[in-house]
Design a binder for this molecule. Sequence first.
Ligand code: SAJ
Length: 416
Amino acid sequence: MHSFSRIAVVGLGYIGLPTAAVFAENGVEVVGIDVNPDVVASINQGRPHFGEPNLDALVRRVVEGGKLRATTDVEPAEAFIIAVPTPLRGHGEGAQPDLTYVEAAARAVAPVLAAGNLVILESTSPVGTTERMAAILAELRPDLTFPQQKGEMAAVQVAHCPERVLPGRILEEVVNNARVIGGMTRKCAQRALSLYRIVVRGECRVTNARTAELAKLTENAYRDVNIAFANELSFICDRLKVNVWELIAVANLHPRVNILSPGPGVGGHCIAVDPWFIVATNPDEAKLIRAARLINDAKPAFVCAKVRERAAALKRPVIACLGLSYKKDVDDLRESPAVEIVRRLAHEGVGELLVVEPHISRLPRELEECGLALHDFDLAMERANVVLLLVDHMSFLQVDRDVLKDKFVIDTRGAW
Ligand code: SAJ
């Protein structure tokens, strides 16, 4: 038997809910805590409030089995996993991480903490956030001792174990990915390790909290920089009239070259955001990381210019905008470059826009406010004279080539 029989997960979003459900599936009693009563009600009926493969069935099973229960009130537990958002305030240069949700979670957990408890921060955070969380806990609970005060002798253990799962594959990756377990002390790390061992089959690498914080940011900055390289090539190729996808396929024949794919920009809640957390703490050192962000952020305007150019050649441009999510086969619109492109086109009044996104049932408000509506794929393809492929959803790739024959096609993903 493992040493945790009851844990609490604070924040039941894309990471917290799957994490809670997987622990529950492994026999741990899990209390899920969220400030949103609608989310709590939905989960208690066995229904996740967002789409993710296989999550519906799992949540239903563990809720019906009595292993997962959601509530808006924090309850005592042996371990607390905090998985709340750490958004970026502002855009581009000068944007700053907003840690108010982490701080609020720490304040919520503090009153129910007891000696022997473990508090883990899973949210992606700038370096120093775990220490800040521990400082809040210590301030609110002077009757307990924390690692920054008593080191290995502390009554409460604190660690940072960043989530690293890929939306669309969360349930698989939460179990199989390697985990970085960053303890404020060695004992903190060992205790966190024993918790994750209940569910994680991948390697668990123990380190300190600051290294774990920077590791997560580094992973996403690494990917952002590599995508920026591909996007920069797409700008260069456009000027030189070279097909960028063919170029990359040819260059990648070299055994030590592996260039990623250019696209309409970089979206999602992590890669487009996390590198700024590094720039925010190290503005003088993070030169390449900043440049990569700016290159990727410049891509939507470039795509819009291409569409404008095409539309200008037509008397009555009708543009099918295919896909809104930040990447293929998910319903997640966070930081999506496709949404930004459609919004810009609408504001600029470029043609009639027919938006297609099979993974959602309602347009985000910012697009509804532009007077746009969701369209059926076949009808949009029938009416459009320009087809703008923004997301390489599987269903779009199966389109009959004849349908595209007489249309201007702008394929931002190199998928057709
Ligand atoms: N993209 C490209 N070209 C590529 C690859 C991706 O333009 O060659 C774009 C995608 O279309 C998307 C964005 O980049 O807009 C990010 O997509 P992604 O699939 O690379 O990553 P995410 O944001 O879904 O998930 C990432 C993952 N991190 C890494 O791969 C280093 C995941 O493991 C992390 O857990 C997640 O961020 C996170 O939560 O941090």
